[in-house]
Design a protein around this ligand. Structure first.
Ligand code: HEM
Length: 401
């Protein structure tokens, strides 16, 4: 495959208004198009049917070496392929099943309300700093049985891994950024290792203790395996929910008719969450590596080729959705891929849904009116589409229930 020179820059597609770019990609690109990027050549897959096909074939498109975050061992279960992957999901799936997550409704509502209490009386906030960043991290801290004052340490670990370039203030491939990411990775092992040992000696009612007790076919998780799971959770479970809150509230702030549907009828929230996950697709793409020479929709793919599945594009593909560019809370069916697909489909989808539903419900009960600060151009990050600075004007608050 020759690299194509006239294809839109994928970094632009990840910005604030990606859907028109997705449409352009689907209309102009075949099953896979190889782009020469700063980090090497990667193939873009924009069509829903091809994304589905890659998800269905983990033996041809592996997740094993798709991302390097300076972790010293594969992240579990994301970088584990069949047959071992199944063992981990068998252990982890019940811990994150809908019934287990339903128990978190009240604690999440309390955390969300405590954050909102802090901006009572203010008519302008930064939504990211005040709400979308702290909420998922605080939920995670409570799952781990850790005090909320661990929040700054948690955020430093998350940011040092996900955006070391922003923390250090240089390009992502600069040696200083790489060194910061490496040091952060080590600090994550140093943070969770002793925590696991502590819980082994003094079990609690928390996630790490549950991992220590979990057993499948007579086998328990080792200390290293629990470390590798915890590392992934820190990356997979915090920024994704933050980005989803950012994308959803930015949409609702700019689309008062949709917001009104939520305020007038909170019963619509579960469907609104699914539709906004589809439309916004906060995790815009996922990556695989071809395990052998193969093909996709008639396009040849070389062994070792990096394959970027544009799930944001697949989620607006008319072939699947008919009117993919319309945001409709009554969409049914809504087979979106915002949580990925196939064997690596998001483990935390029920936790994420619980957080998003409760956040939308509690927020709109207290703050039915809000808008973007005029004159502000929201800047979305690439890949996972969060908004780092999100100035929001608040209308009058409804008194707390
Ligand atoms: C709205 C929020 C979230 C979104 C949009 C999201 C999205 C995704 C996506 C697209 C994947 C597939 C990655 C791939 O195929 O390469 C994934 C996997 C994963 N997610 Fe999430 N995620 C969210 C929240 C969470 C949370 C809260 C957790 C915490 C438990 C979590 C844990 C995981 C794990 C462990 C995997 C890997 C599963 C495996 O490899 O078997 N995610 N997520």
């Amino acid at each position: 495959m020759e690299p194509e020179p006239n294809i839109p820059n994928v970094d632009d597609a990840f910005s604030g208004d990606p859907q028109p770019m997705y449409r352009l990609m689907r209309e102009s690109m075949p099953a896979i198009t190889v782009i020469d990027g700063a980090m090497g050549a990667y193939g873009l897959v924009p069509h829903r049917r091809h994304v589905d096909e890659v998800f269905r074939h983990p033996e041809l498109f592996a997740s094993t070496e798709a991302i390097d975050l300076q972790n010293i061992r594969p992240l579990i279960p994301l970088n584990v392929d069949p047959p071992h992957h199944k063992k981990y999901r068998k252990i982890l799936d019940p811990l994150f099943a809908p019934r287990a997550m339903a128990r978190l409704e009240q604690p999440i509502a309390e955390l969300a309300n405590r954050l909102m209490d802090a901006f009572e009386g203010h008519d302008e906030i930064d939504f990211a700093a005040s709400f979308s960043v702290p909420l998922p991290s605080q939920v995670f801290l409570s799952l781990l049985g850790l005090p909320l004052d661990e929040l700054p340490a948690f955020l430093a670990m998350k940011d040092g891994i996900i955006r070391p370039n922003k923390v250090v203030g240089c390009p992502r491939d600069h040696p200083d950024a790489v060194a910061h990411q490496k040091a952060t990775a080590m600090s994550i092992y140093d943070y969770f290792g002793p925590l696991i040992d502590e819980r082994a000696d003094d079990p609690r009612d928390d996630l790490i203790t549950t991992f220590l007790r979990a057993e499948i076919e007579g086998e328990k998780l080792t200390r290293e395996e629990i470390l590798d799971i915890s590392f992934l959770f820190l990356i997979a479970g915090l920024d994704t929910v933050t980005a989803s809150l950012d994308c959803m509230f930015a949409f609702l702030a700019q689309n008062p008719d949709h917001r009104r549907q939520i305020v007038d009828n909170p019963g619509v929230i579960p469907d609104a969450v699914e539709e906004l996950l589809r439309w916004e697709t906060p995790v815009a793409a996922v990556v695989r590596v071809a395990t052998q020479d193969t093909e996709l929709g008639g396009c040849p793919i070389d062994a070792g080729q990096m394959v970027t599945l544009m799930i944001g594009s697949a989620n607006t593909d008319d072939v699947e959705f008919g009117d993919g560019d319309a945001v409709r809370f009554d969409r049914d069916p809504n087979r979106h891929l915002a949580f990925g697909g196939g064997i690596h489909r998001c483990l935390g989808s029920h936790l994420a849904r619980q957080e998003l539903r409760v956040a939308l419900r509690e927020w709109h009960r207290r703050y039915p009116d809000y808008s973007l600060k005029p004159g502000v151009d929201l800047a979305y990050t690439d890949g996972v589409r969060s908004i780092e600075h999100f100035p929001m004007l608040l209308g009058p608050a409804t008194p707390a229930a």
